[in-house]
Design a protein around this ligand. Structure first.
Ligand SMILES: [Zn+2]
Length: 597
C-alpha cells in the first residue's frame, strides 16, 4: 500500500489537483489562493510545487495532496486514495485492511448500483415500465433528465429484481441488509419494498447510491399506501444525512455560492431540468444539523423554497435557528401563494420562478410578512398572535444588530414601542444566547503571543530561502550574524553545508524529521516576497539589525541590573568592568540603529 501511495504521489502534481478545485495565482516559485478552509479575502493558502505540499498561513491547515483531498472533500484516507489513484491512472491492489464493516458498506453500495441499473432499464426499455415512463413524460420530465437522475421503476413482479441481483452474485443476507428487500412471511421468496413505484436513487455527494425513494403511480388502485416511501435506516442510508441531488448540484452550489432548498424529488428535478442547478431537496420542511454541515462545505447562503407554512412548525423553527447560528445567510423564495410548490411553479411559469429566485426575501422579513398576512394587526388579539408566531424566530437571531433591527421593524409594523417588543422577545430567548456568549469567549482566548525574536528570525530565514542562491547567501551572512532561536539555527546550519545547486525537495530530504515542518513553513513563507536581489539584501540587513538591536537591548538591561547590584555592594572594580561592557554594547547598538534605514 505504502509503495502505491508513493507511486500516486509521484504521478500527480499537487498544483494541478488543487487547481481543479480552486483558482490559483503564481507568485514566485509558489501558488497562492484564498483558503477554502477558513474565510479570507487576501490569499494565505500557499502551494509549493517543489515540495508538493500546501499550507495556509491563516488557519494553519497544511499537508500533501492526500491531506488536501481528505480535508476538502471530507473523505477518509482510503477514499482519497481511491479518488487520486483514479486520477493517476493507477489500479489499486485490493486493500486487505478493510474492516468487516467497510466491506459490507462497499457491497451494499455495489448492490444498490446494480439495482438502480435494473430499475432504470425497466423504466426506459421494458414494456413493464411503460405506465411509469408515461407518467414521468406527462409530468414533463424528459428522457435526458430521467437518465441524469437514473430514475427507475420497480416492476410489479416481486421476484424480478431479486433474481437479477442473485445472478449478479449478491446474497439474500446482503439484499436484506440493503433495506430494499424483505422476505415474505411464508417461504423464502424476496419481495421488493418499492414494488410498483417510480424509483429515485438517493446518492451521497460522492455519487454513491445509499438508498432509494419510491413514488406510487397515480393509476395505482391500492388504497391507503403512502405516496412516497424511503429506504429504512441501514448501515449506509441515514435519512437525516441525505440531500437529494447533492451529487449533481454541488459544483454549481460552489460556483453560485448559494443553494436552493426544496422539499421533494420533483421540486428538485424540475428546476434542475430548467437550468437551475444549485438545488437540493430535504424531504420535509425541516433540515437537520448534518445536512447543514454538509452544505456548509460548499456555501453559506441558503435559499428556501419550502412549504408556505414554513413558520408553522417547531421542527422548521429549530432548523432555522441552527442554520442561523452556523452563520448561514437564509433567504426565502416567495411563491406568493400562486403555486403550491417549485415543481408546479416551474411547470406553469418558469419565468415567474426565476424572477422570484433572483429576488429572494430575507428569512426574517418573510416570517414577519407571513404573520402579518395571516393575522389582523389592528386588534390586540391579532398583535398577540403575530408576536407569538414571529418572536420565537426573531429572539434567536444570532447577530445582535440584525436581531435588534428586526425587532424594531416588527414594532413599527405593529405600531408598538421597540422597548415593549424587545422586552416581550426576552421570553423566547432560552439557551441560544448562551451559545453566542460561549463563542465570544473562545475568540478572546485565541491568539497566543509569539516572541518577537522568533518572528524576525523566521522572516530572515524565509528571505534567505527566497533567494536564487541560498547557500551562497548563507555563507556571507554567517560571517557577521548568528541565529539565536534553536530550530532556526539548526535549519540554517544545513545551508552552511552547501551543495552545487539549491533544490528545495533535496534540501528537505537532508533535514532530520523534527525540522522538516519548520523548513516547510519557512520555505512557504518565502512566497510573500517579490524582491530583486538588491532589495532582498537590504531587507535582510534591516532584519539582522532589528534582531541585533533586540539582543543588545536585552544585554543592556541585564548589565544595568548587574551594575546597580555591584554598586550597592561597593565593588568598584567590577562596576568599572561592567560599565566598559555597557559602553561597548551601547556603541554597537547605536551603530546598528544608525544603519537601520
Ligand atoms: Zn486557512
Amino acid at each position: 500500500m505504502e509503495s502505491q501511495v508513493q507511486e500516486i504521489k509521484q504521478k500527480l502534481d499537487i498544483v494541478e489537483i488543487i487547481g481543479k478545485f480552486l483558482p490559483l495565482k503564481k507568485r514566485g516559485r509558489h501558488y497562492l489562493t484564498n483558503c477554502p478552509f477558513h474565510g479570507e479575502k487576501t490569499p494565505s493558502f500557499t502551494i509549493s510545487p517543489e515540495l508538493q505540499i500546501f499550507k495556509c498561513f491563516g488557519c494553519g491547515k497544511a499537508g500533501d495532496v492526500f491531506t488536501f483531498i481528505q480535508e476538502y472533500e471530507h473523505v477518509d484516507f482510503k477514499d482519497a486514495l481511491e479518488d487520486l489513484a483514479k486520477v493517476a491512472g493507477i489500479v489499486l491492489k485490493k486493500d486487505p485492511h478493510l474492516t468487516q464493516v467497510e466491506k459490507l458498506h462497499r457491497r451494499l453500495i455495489d448492490l444498490n448500483q446494480e439495482a438502480a441499473k435494473f430499475y432504470h432499464y425497466i423504466l426506459t426499455a421494458h414494456p413493464l415500465g411503460k405506465p411509469a415512463l408515461d407518467y414521468l413524460l406527462n409530468r414533463h420530465i424528459t428522457l435526458d433528465t430521467i437518465k441524469t437522475f437514473r430514475l427507475g421503476y420497480s416492476p410489479s413482479n416481486p421476484e424480478l429484481v431479486s433474481n437479477y441481483l442473485q445472478k449478479k452474485g449478491f446474497t439474500k443476507a446482503e439484499m436484506l441488509a440493503s433495506g430494499t428487500y424483505g422476505t415474505s412471511r411464508y417461504g423464502n421468496s424476496m419481495y421488493d419494498r418499492f414494488l410498483g413505484r417510480v424509483i429515485f436513487p438517493q446518492s451521497d455527494f460522492r455519487d454513491r447510491i445509499l438508498g432509494f425513494s419510491g413514488r406510487i403511480l397515480p393509476s395505482d388502485k391500492s388504497q391507503n399506501q403512502a405516496k412516497y416511501i424511503n429506504s429504512p435506516e441501514t448501515d449506509i442510508y441515514h435519512k437525516s444525512q441525505m440531500l437529494y441531488g447533492i451529487n449533481l448540484a454541488r459544483e454549481e452550489i460552489k460556483r453560485q455560492k448559494s443553494t436552493i432548498i426544496v422539499e421533494g424529488e420533483f421540486d428538485m428535478i424540475s428546476p434542475y431540468q430548467e437550468g437551475i442547478k444549485n438545488i437540493v431537496a430535504i424531504k420535509g420542511t425541516a433540515f437537520t444539523t448534518e445536512q447543514l454541515q454538509l452544505l456548509h462545505r460548499y456555501t453559506d447562503t441558503l435559499i428556501l423554497a419550502l412549504d408556505e407554512d414554513l413558520a408553522g412548525t417547531n421542527a422548521s423553527l429549530k432548523s432555522i435557528e441552527v442554520a442561523d447560528t452556523m452563520g448561514f445567510d437564509i433567504h426565502v423564495i416567495d411563491l406568493q401563494n400562486k403555486f403550491k410548490d417549485p415543481d408546479e411553479a416551474i411547470m406553469a411559469d418558469p419565468q415567474f420562478f426565476k424572477t422570484q429566485l433572483a429576488t429572494p426575501v430575507p428569512i426574517w422579513d418573510f416570517i414577519i410578512n407571513s404573520a402579518l398576512k395571516s393575522h389582523d394587526s389592528s386588534t390586540p388579539k391579532g398583535k398577540q398572535d403575530i408576536l407569538r408566531q414571529v418572536l420565537p424566530f426573531l429572539a434567536k437571531i444570532s447577530n445582535l444588530v440584525t436581531r435588534s433591527d428586526y425587532l424594531s421593524k416588527l414594532a413599527s409594523q405593529l405600531g408598538s414601542s421597540p422597548e415593549a417588543v424587545i422586552a416581550e422577545s426576552q421570553k423566547y430567548k432560552n439557551n441560544s444566547s448562551k451559545l453566542i456568549e460561549d463563542q465570544s469567549l473562545k475568540i478572546e482566548d485565541l491568539p497566543a503571543k509569539i516572541p518577537k525574536m522568533d518572528i524576525l528570525e523566521e522572516h530572515l530565514l524565509s528571505l534567505i530561502f527566497s533567494a536564487k542562491k541560498p547557500y551562497l547567501l548563507a555563507t556571507k551572512i554567517t560571517e557577521h550574524f548568528a541565529f539565536i532561536t534553536q530550530r532556526y539555527q539548526k535549519v540554517f546550519s544545513y545551508l552552511l553545508k552547501p551543495r552545487k545547486n539549491f533544490v528545495a525537495a533535496k534540501f528537505a530530504s537532508r533535514l532530520p524529521p523534527e525540522l522538516s515542518s519548520v523548513f516547510q513553513d519557512i520555505f512557504l513563507h518565502s512566497t510573500q516576497f517579490e524582491f530583486d536581489s538588491h532589495s532582498r539584501l537590504s531587507e535582510i540587513n534591516k532584519t539582522i539589525n532589528q534582531i541585533k538591536s533586540i539582543t543588545y537591548k536585552d544585554q543592556l538591561t541585564t548589565l544595568s541590573t548587574k551594575i546597580a547590584q555591584a554598586e550597592n555592594q561597593g565593588e568598584e572594580e567590577i562596576v568599572k568592568k561592567l560599565e566598559q561592557d555597557y559602553n561597548h554594547i551601547l556603541s554597537e547598538l547605536s551603530q546598528v540603529q544608525s544603519t537601520k534605514r
